[in-house]
Design a protein around this ligand. Sequence first.
Ligand SMILES: *Cc1c(COP(=O)(O)O)cnc(C)c1O
Length: 711
Amino acid sequence: MADKDIRLHERLRALAQNLWWTWHPEVIRLFTDLDPYLWRQVDHNPVAFLNQVSPDEVEKRASELVLHSRINYAFRRLNEYMTANNTWGFIHGGNLNHRPVVYFSAEFGIHESLPIYSGGLGVLSGDHLKSASDLGIPLIGIGLLYEQGYFNQYLNKDGWQEESYVGLEIEQSPLVALKDTEGKPLVVNVETRTGFLHARVWQLQVGRVPLFLLDSNIEENSEEDRQLTSRLYGGDNRLRIRQELVLGIGGARILQALKIHPGVLHLNEGHSAFAILEEIRRIMDYDQIPFHRAHRRVSLYSVFTTHTPVAAGHDRFSPDLMEEHLGIFREKLGLSHDDFMALGRISPNDNSEPFCMTVLALKSSQRTNGVSAIHGTVSRHMWRDLWPGRRESEVPIGHITNGVHVLSWLAPQMNQLYETRLGQDWATRMVHPDVWGRIAEIDDEELWETHQSLKMRLIQFVRRRLQLQSERLGHTDTIRQIDNILDPDVLTIGCARRLAAYKRGDLILSQPERFESLISDPQRPIQIIFAGKAHPRDDEGKRLLQRIAQYSYERRHIRRVVFVENYDYNVARHLVQGVDVWLNTPRRPLEACGTSGQKVVLNGVLNLSVLDGWWNEAFDGRNGFAIGHGAMHNDPEEQYRRDAEHLYETLEKIVIPLYYERNTGGISHKWVGRMKHAMQSLGWRFNADRMVKDYTGRFYLPAAIATSAET
Ligand SMILES: *Cc1c(COP(=O)(O)O)cnc(C)c1O
């Protein structure tokens, strides 16, 4: 079929099938222009959108709205993107062009219409794929397809979190069944002592990067195993190890079925570490070499990234569970039970020690890292016993600080400003400081107005959400005041994160009277928008959430304190683009990196954060605000009290006066100056292109060279 004969709706289908559209607002606008109501109704899902309108209807609407040239242009851009051979990765990728990076992760956050992520780890994985795609790094993602995804959050009248699960419908998604080399739907199998686990495989296209997702919901499995991959982080340890078998071993077997030879195995967090064992087994088999040699060889091209300094965040499995699930596998590797368990033990001879996935990954990867400078230090301390002869500073865990995929988080209005001032192609050069230096040339008024319009958009979004929330809860006070909730002229703080105790999401409410006087100040008030989910089994997190929610329900707080339900990609996008200040109050040093604060920078929002994670290396005294000076106290309660004191002081003495120091024209030039300085000093460093380039230069390329030298 000649190019010109492809009908418009088929072009839209092609655009909908590649998640490239998620970071191209001009494609999203095609759908919102065609039918804004339908777009909202289908939760921003273009496949579901196109399933609901007939091709003729699309042709007709497109004619009426004169969309032809825009659709054709977007379609051509996508094709050019997919076929380009002058990318950074193509030029610098060397061996990777024959042997790609295979990136394993238990979750991928790409867009709200694909709920296969729960939070930070997933969003990071999604951002990694998107930047790898933009840079043209040969990379394949492997994950799990959660048909019920992560939960939707609802609060009840008491402010208690309730969860509901909505099924992901394959026909309403861009998922395509992956075929084997003979064209049959691919199924991978994993043997255990209690029977086989089977999984079929779906493919998503994230720009140039394919993402393979394993799905256990097939007839070959028992009823119970069909549910294995239905939810993220649900169930007990037994379910967990079975999920991880599917992800790691099943994932590695996809590569074999497709005859893909990995140049690098990148394990994003320990969940997928069993992939290493399968790779060792394959090499032992293929090259007829013993376990220890194959183990060494695989470690040369394994990269492992650890993400949490919280002990409970590392999976540990009992010897029984291990033997049931990996006993057959262990025999294939020719290892005794003790030698096998030793791979996941800090003290190899301690029979009481469970098998830890992080330990397996650390022992089997030559290149390992934490996700910020401070997290690198914390990780070296945490795992020092694995290298008993070494000083802590010599423990071979480095760091690569996380970054965010800029075009996914930058507001389109802000992007227009960037294009005008930094040049049309600024995004292809975003890792260079001089590109961001030109932010200085943006007019203060223009930047402020753009920010204010984004703030208004956020406020309207929040009011819409609150209206629905309040109708359900019967909060008539809120409904009556809905148009007065949140004032665009008031200093607006955003505070959204997983509600886990160590993140201390309620720190700002800890001195109620002091907070009350801040929100009710007649001249210089503040207002705050909260969001975040607690893990379904974390009652402590739910109580924390409840305190915040109940506070927001109180009549005298309604206009100034709101809690938006169901924090997800969509809520996050609105928040990071529209607030004035982004508040983060984790207990140091438990925030590994934190990436939401990086999203806000792009949009001219200022961080107000404890010096932990990325902020510890980013803050320069003028590009945002710090809470405290990085001191720690052994007693968490004392640290909580001190950090709260610092937070209030910083707000009262620095943040609020600066924001309200209005010059003629009603804007604070000092504030805008800080916005610009934040964008200039942080934008080029904390983006995912820089992160993926770091991984490529420091880890992927050396690892791929080591592989080719050995084989
Ligand atoms: C970015 C993001 C996160 C991670 O942000 P943190 O700063 O690590 O809390 C979590 N959830 C969603 C929906 C996000 O967009």
